[in-house]
Design a protein around this ligand. Structure first.
Ligand SMILES: [Zn+2]
Ligand SMILES: [Zn+2]
Length: 264
């Protein structure tokens, strides 16, 4: 069994729960410790039962509750070397006994789950994407990136569940209230992924094994769940890879647990 819950998604805070029979991981902790514990409680998970906390990068919407969660629930905290350096001052003192190094491009093995990491282009220190793989299933988690490179597409190919950033609708962003410097940052190669870029990436990697697509990290001001959903579904339909096959497309909620996926 390989299970996913999107606990919270968007620039107001990100956290993802991934579990197998013998491993329970929290990916990112961009909410207060109290809210993270409440979200885990909502899905029936005791934070003390977590096997570890993995950080994708150092931005606050992924790390602001990381120190408190690791200390309070005494779980190993995994981050790349650049993320440790950038986030150390924000997370407070972390006991050496629970500090773990996450490779920027490599894999780490838990009891019945392998976590593969790969670099993504984003304006943070050493940001990574993830593949979670058991003997029977795999989930890709790719958010916070400006562009999808061929190397990332290669990593995403063949997995059963694709969690992909669909941050903004380009027109809403350009017409919206953000200052030009911020718009430029978001649209840049190290910014965030638009609905169209997410849709194109998904259309090129969806394969017969893919059963679930989850759209994540939607902008509160520059996107709407309906627009992201329709943009992606339209592209997937145009790509028309496997007619008659069941493919679930969901949009992660901003503030509450959503998109529960259970794979074999
Ligand atoms: Zn983020
Ligand atoms: Zn970020």
């Amino acid at each position: 069994m390989l299970e996913l819950w999107m606990l919270s998604s968007g620039s107001s805070g990100n956290a993802v729960y991934i579990a197998t029979e013998n491993t329970r991981l929290l990916i990112d902790a961009g909410l207060s410790g109290k809210r993270l514990a409440a979200a885990l409680g909502e899905i029936g998970v005791d934070p003390f039962s977590l096997s570890g906390l993995l950080l994708s990068h150092d931005h606050n919407d992924h790390t602001c509750g990381a120190g408190i969660m690791a200390r309070r629930y005494k779980m190993p905290l995994y981050a790349t070397d650049p993320t440790w350096r950038a986030a150390a001052c924000k997370m407070g003192p972390i006991p050496q006994t629970i500090c773990r190094l996450l490779p920027s491009c490599g894999s780490i093995a838990f009891a019945d789950l392998t976590v593969e990491t790969f670099p993504v282009p984003h304006d943070a220190a050493g940001p990574v994407g993830f593949i979670f793989r058991t003997a029977k299933a795999a989930i890709a988690l790719v958010t916070d990136l400006g562009v999808v490179t061929p190397a990332i597409l290669e990593r995403m190919r063949g997995v059963n569940c694709l969690v992909m950033e669909a941050n903004h609708d380009e027109k809403m962003l350009l017409d919206g209230p953000y200052p030009w410097s911020l718009k430029k940052r978001i649209l840049g190669n190290s910014g965030h992924l638009s609905n169209v870029l997410a849709a194109e990436a998904l259309a090129s990697v969806v394969c017969p094994a893919t059963t679930h697509v989850v759209l994540a990290h939607l902008s509160e001001h520059n996107n709407l769940p309906q627009i992201a959903f329709e943009t992606v579904c339209e592209k997937l339909a145009i790509a028309g890879p496997h007619p008659g096959r069941r493919l679930s497309v969901q949009v992660a909620e901003r503030h509450s647990p959503s998109c529960n996926v259970r794979l074999a």
